[in-house]
Design a protein around this ligand. Structure first.
Ligand SMILES: [Cu+2]
Length: 387
């Protein structure tokens, strides 16, 4: 269904110059009708809603209505039914054709409101890393959220074990038991006492995302804010957490990039680290624009005089493209969005480079390599949820 389009060879040529472009599968293609692949758990959930809830419902309704129409055409035409009966009410039929659509709409609303809420509410999940002493098998974490956001069910807690070989998701019931759900302190009791030095990671929070068909995870509170300002016709980006440097991002000229990313590629991309929650705040300088990133299933208006907010968390490194999605004027089609998701060290190097360009001291380069390593290990690991 998705075909590779001409340009891959050119992309390879450009890549050999040290510039990476999106994998073909992640780009829109000519004649394609599917959504571009999900690159975040929230996008997977959006795809589940579309593919497994909306599409089946609309298909069944369309087939049912078509069948009714065909039946009426055949059974009640003037030849087959020369003398029609004359009545105007049927209580049972009226109750059914009012009640069934209500149930269908409620089903859609159930999934839809849940998703709208998740996209709108900033994740507030937290991760606590504890080192086992080899003797105790009970690990306690503070459930210090506001009452309405406290971890109160098994799905609000995820436990991982980390040792030299990596991070492993554990299963509630088999590997650990929880007590104190909904109370200020939650205890995780491990079935097997972890060895001394082994680390136990506990994630806590109600920001659970992921399609019911796939792995779910608790999204952690944002580590980075990205400020997006739309203007006719481009974007400026700034990073208030790293010295508030700002730069503008404009569509790359034809011929300077591979044909398959022309009109998507920009001169200065957004750069964010993989696996971290990014808070996006948008506004605009002149008219309404809209910052959209289909791989992450986000689209948020940029409105002059207002601040809008959303978030995303990329699961995979790569380059993702979007376009302004609010008709904003004659060059509306010429303000693409390019987001490059990189590793944490690459992101820090990029931040230092940008700071240098703006006459600021480096922020990360001074940090000893060893310290960076341990910070990395403590940062949100790319783990698959166990529940
Ligand atoms: Cu625009």
């Amino acid at each position: 269904m998705r075909k590779l389009i001409a340009g891959s060879a050119i992309a390879a040529a450009f890549a050999s110059l040290g510039v990476a472009y999106a994998q073909d599968g992640y780009l829109p293609v000519d004649g394609g009708y599917e959504m571009v692949p999900a690159a975040s758990k929230l996008a997977e959930e959006v795809h589940f809603f579309h593919n497994s809830v909306l599409l089946p419902i609309i298909t069944v309704i369309s087939i049912f209505v078509l069948a009714l129409l065909l039946y009426v055409i055949v059974r009640y035409n003037s030849k087959a039914n020369p003398t029609p009966r004359k009545f105007s009410h049927n209580t049972l039929v009226e109750i059914i054709w009012t009640g069934v659509p209500i149930l269908i709409l409620l089903t859609i609303a159930l999934f839809s409101f849940d998703l709208l809420f998740k996209e709108d509410v900033m994740p507030d999940g937290k991760q606590v890393v504890m080192t086992a002493d080899g003797a105790s098998n009970v690990f306690t974490v503070d459930n210090d959220f506001p009452p309405s956001r406290m971890a109160a069910a098994g799905r609000h807690v995820q436990v991982f074990r980390a040792d030299a070989s990596g991070v492993v998701g554990l299963v509630e019931g088999d590997d650990y038991k929880l007590s104190g759900l909904g109370e200020p302190k939650i205890s995780v009791t491990m079935t097997q006492t972890p060895a001394a030095g082994e680390r136990i990671l506990v994630r806590l929070g109600r920001s659970v995302v992921g399609s019911p068909l796939g792995a779910r995870e608790i999204a952690l509170a944002p580590t980075i804010t990205l400020k997006v300002v739309g203007y006719q016709w481009g974007w400026t980006y700034s990073y208030p957490d790293f010295g508030d440097f700002e730069y503008s991002s404009n569509m790359a000229a034809e011929g300077t990039v591979p044909a398959n990313v022309y009109r998507f590629e920009v001169d200065n991309r957004v750069v964010v680290p993989v696996g971290e929650t990014i808070r996006v705040v948008t506004t605009a300088r002149d008219v309404i624009h809209s910052w959209a990133l289909p791989n992450m299933a986000i689209k948020i208006d940029a409105v002059p005089g207002r601040i809008n907010e959303t978030w995303f968390k990329a699961d995979k490194e790569g380059v993702y493209y979007g376009q302004c999605s609010e008709i904003c004027g004659v060059r509306h089609s010429a303000m693409p969005i390019a987001v490059e998701v990189v590793s944490r060290p690459a992101f820090e190097a990029w931040v230092d480079e940008k700071r240098d360009e703006n006459g600021m001291e480096p922020m990360f380069a001074a940090v000893a390599a060893a310290e960076t390593q341990s910070k990395l290990a403590d940062a949100a690991p790319a783990v698959e949820a166990a529940q």
